[in-house]
Each structure stands twice: as C-alpha cells, then as structure tokens.
Ligand binder design. Structure first.
Ligand code: ADP
Ligand code: MG
Length: 504
C-alpha cells in the first residue's frame, strides 16, 4: 500500500534577543518489552508486586549465577525493528556497562553498545494532514533495567526494590532529526502507537513502560542543513540530555525551557556545557543532574557470560511474515478504501481496537457514514464518559444495525440519535427497539400532507413570507417534523411543503 503524500514541516524558529535560533532534538526512548519474564532470568516482570518478591538469584547478582538470554525478548526487539523498517543485525553482542549504584547489584548493566541487534530505521511523525517529519532511527539495543531506590519511606533510610532489576528494555535511539517540542511529543506518540500495534511494549507511561531521554541543542538557521549535507555533528550546538521523561506534555515544556536557557547562555557569550539534566514539572524548569559521562567512563567490554547472538535469516523472515498491518498502512488504506479524510483515518487508527471496531461496523455498509457514527457519536460519548473502545456499551453489531435502519429509510438521522441513546443506556437490538417503541419513520405521504396542511392553515403570515423568500420553507419543514415527533421522513416533508407552498 502506498504511503500517503506528505510534506516536511518547517522547523520551529525561536526569536532570541539577538537573532533567530532553531532547535535540534534527538530522543533515546526506553521501552519495556512486553514479556512475562526478565531478559536474563525467569523472574516475573509483573508491575506493582510487593517489593523484592520478583527477584531471582541472577537478578540479585549472587556469586556464580549466570544469565540466560530470554528468546522471547530477542524476538520482540526484532519485531520492533522490522516494524520501524530497520535493518536487523544478524550478529549482535552484549556488553557490560560498569557503574556503581545501590539499585544495581551486579555493579554493571548488560547492554549492547558496539553491536546492537537493530540498525537504521525510521518513524514518520504526523504533524497535520499532509505534513509529517521523517525521523531516522539510529539503532535499537536490548538492555537490562535497574532496580528502584526509594527515598521517601523513611526520613533517615533509603530502601531498594529490585523487582525491576533485569527487566528487558529496548532502547530506541533517534537521529537528531526532530525540530520542535511538538514534533518531539508526536514522535513519542507515534512510536508508542507502533509498539502497541506490534504488541512488543504496552506503552504505559504512568507505569514507566515507556520513558524518554530528550537531547536538546540550539543552532542558528542553516546549521542543521549543513549537518545533514555533511553528517558532521560539529555544525550543531552542544546538547543537554533531559532524563527520564514519561509525559508528552512535560517533554514539550522541558524542551521549551531548555531552548530558552541555552539561547540565553549563547547570546550572553557563554558556552553550553554538555550534561544530564532533570525536569522539575512543579517549577517548569530543568536543572543539572550530572556532567555527561563518556563511554570510556563505563569501561564497556563484552560480557564474558554471554555468547554473541547470531540469528538465522529464516527466523527473521518468519517474524516479518507475522507482522500486523501498521498505523501508516492502515491509515492510507482507510483513506483510499473508504474515502475518508486523513484526519478521520488518523483518529480511527490511533488504536488497533478502534480501527477493528470501525472495520466491523463498516463491513458491507457506507464507510463514510460508519466513520461518522463511530467518530462523532460513539467516540464522543466514550470520551465524555471516560470509557475506552474496549469497554464500549455499544458493540459494532448494534451500531451497524442502527446505520442499516437509517440506510433503509426506517428511521431518520434524528431518531437514530434517540435509538443510540437507548442502546447506550439499556442495550438491545436496534430494529426491535424501533419496532417496539413505534419509532419507524412515517413515509405515508397522506399522513404527512395532513400535518403540512394544518401548519399552513395556522400560519398564513409565514406562507406569504415563504413565497417571497423560499428559504423560509425550512421553517415549515421544522414545524412538521416537530408535530410528527421527528418520525416523518424529512425528504418527503420537504417535497410536500415545497409543493403546497407552490415553490416548485
Ligand atoms: P550518547 O551515547 O552519549 O548518549 P549518542 O551519540 O548516542 O550519545 O546520542 C544520543 C542522542 O542524542 C541521540 O538521540 C542523538 O540523536 C542525539 N543528539 C546527538 N547530537 C545532538 C545534538 N547536537 N543536538 C540534539 N541531539 C543530539
Ligand atoms: Mg545515550
């Protein structure tokens, strides 16, 4: 399926005191693999378990314990790579990243610095219909998560919970191709959507399943283009890294703050120091956490407990064959097959469950009308009442049945909204509801004529007005519809009103 046509957006320009500046942003996203057990041990990954109950001897780094690679996690990384149109590296290797921290009992994290499992890919970041940014993904590597230090349980003591220790993460590293705070948030949204489609990460940001380190620098206009032509990073400004962001809104706020901070330093004749910073949402500002460490500080070396990972092309091909239809393809198909707008297609494909719901409503029916009912009536109501599509009180068969009644002329659009209300609150079968409550549209022209005659007789002044100004006929249609309790067929009413007023 062809990709929808799009143009790249303009980069965000920030006016400083002395001139214009542009933003350059690269993201390192940590996505927790949806796996029941950890990357190198059989311990459970269940969220919210009592502290230190999901810890194997391997996770606790007891002497002599050996890591055993979890094949399922490797498969999810490959699946993710294929979903991002990336090269899969058939040879990869695990390295030890050495550092001391109380929540890291091994004294090192097992990661993949030199030979990651996934190479170059891309993510199309949708900004508006027809406008998207193609952001290159540099690599994805597998690594272990660390545990959690808890400082707020006791005034004098800190605690350590090792449940998260050793949980599999995919670190997805972008190129610095993101050019504004909104683009950064949309990048995370799109990546999250793809991961959820693939089922490789649940994307739950509150639970920390998806978190982003945001690298930000500023440069004068034109500098980024020079970097793109040459690949030479020295054209770009010095970056700061804002750690562990788990909200799209905070990502935008942190970048805004950070850009202004860096511009003020540079315009003042200073230099930006490369460092790791933390965003404080209460104060709306970033503050320094530590100066940037270099790879050599970690003394990376190949983990002697793990063999290099070599995977068969046939295994990769098998995973590729099992990939689901992904958001871009589904959106393009909805636009092409159902004639809907790109905007509507974007809404319907935001979650697989919504897209599936829509498709079962649309099967054998008018796609535009199905889209209209699903987006405007159903999603509107679900949002207002805090439901999601998976716990929708109205199922696709019921909504489809309702649309059939409109298409067959049994009910008007207005009555359909009443039936929708009944379906929502009481459930049931739409055609039985219409039958038992006498909601069937009146198409009997004799009955309609009678009401039209009554309204005309009661309103001679309006008749004169309508004959002078034909648009006034709508008033009569309204009155007749009201008198029929909304059950008269509006098309028939309109024809009869026109005829009786001698407007045709
Ligand atoms: P490190 O290994 O030190 O974290 P990387 O080279 O892997 O550094 O880059 C980390 C992230 O920083 C990547 O997402 C990359 O795109 C981004 N990045 C690199 N240079 C810049 C820059 N000048 N401005 C903004 N982001 C950058
Ligand atoms: Mg990094």
């Amino acid at each position: 399926m062809a990709e929808l046509a799009f143009k790249e957006p303009e980069p965000k320009v920030i006016a400083g005191a002395k001139g214009d500046w542009e933003l350059v942003i690269g993201l390192e996203v940590h996505a927790q693999v949806s796996s029941k057990s950890k990357l190198f041990s059989g311990a459970s990954t269940e969220f919210g378990a009592d502290p230190n109950t999901n810890v194997s001897l391997v996770d606790a780094a007891m002497p002599g314990m050996l890591p055993v690679l979890n094949e399922f996690c490797v498969e999810q990384a490959v699946r993710t790579g294929l979903g991002l149109k990336a090269t899969i590296n058939r040879y990869s290797r695990f390295d030890r990243k050495n550092y001391f921290y109380p929540d890291l009992p091994q004294g090192y994290q097992i990661s993949q610095l030199y030979h990651p499992i996934v190479g170059e890919g891309e993510i199309l970041v949708d900004m508006a219909p027809g406008i998207a940014r193609r952001v290159r993904v540099e690599r994805i590597h597998l690594e272990q998560d660390a545990g959690k230090s808890i400082h707020d349980l006791d005034p004098a003591l800190s605690y350590v919970d090792l449940n998260r220790t050793g949980v599999a993460l995919m670190e997805i590293v972008s190129r610095p191709d993101i050019r504004g705070p909104e683009e950064a948030a949309e990048y995370v949204r799109k990546l999250r959507q793809i991961l959820r489609y693939l089922g490789t990460c649940d994307g739950n940001m509150q639970e920390g399943s998806l978190r982003a380190d945001v690298n930000v620098s500023v440069c004068p206009p034109g500098a980024y283009e020079k970097y793109q032509e040459t690949g030479d990073f020295s054209h770009l400004g010095t970056r700061c890294e804002i750690k562990n962001m788990n909200s799209m809104r905070f990502i935008q706020q942190a970048i805004d703050f950070e850009a202004k901070r860096q511009i003020a330093i540079l315009e003042d004749g200073g230099t930006v120091t490369q460092e790791t910073r933390l965003y404080d949402p209460n104060r709306g500002e970033t503050r320094s956490m530590r100066s940037k460490e270099e790879a050599h500080d970690y003394r990376y070396f190949p983990d002697p407990d793990l063999l290099p990972l070599e995977i068969e092309q046939s295994w990769i091909d098998g995973i590729r064959a099992g990939l689901p239809e992904l958001p871009d393809a589904k959106k393009a198909r909805f636009v092409n097959d159902f004639g809907m707008t790109e905007y509507d297609a974007g809404v319907l494909t935001a979650e697989v469950a919504s897209a599936d719901y829509f498709e079962s409503v649309a099967r054998g029916r008018d796609g535009k009308q199905a889209a209209n009912w699903v987006i405007n009536e159903l999603f509107g109501r679900l949002n207002r009442e805090g439901h999601t599509i998976t716990d929708s009180p109205i199922n696709p068969d019921q909504l489809g049945g309702l649309i059939d009644l409109i298409a067959s002329g049994d009910i008007s659009g207005k009555i359909a909204k009443d039936v929708f209300e009944i379906l929502w609150t009481e459930g049931g079968d739409p055609s039985k509801i219409v039958e038992s409550r006498g909601l069937k549209q009146v198409t009997d022209t004799g009955a309609i004529e009678k009401v039209v005659d009554e309204v005309i007789a009661a309103n001679p002044d309006k008749v004169a007005q309508a004959q002078a100004k034909p648009a006034m006929a709508g008033w009569f249609v309204g009155q007749v519809m009201k008198a029929s309790g909304g059950k008269a067929n509006p098309k028939a009413v309109n024809q009869i009103v026109q005829a009786k007023l001698n407007l045709t």
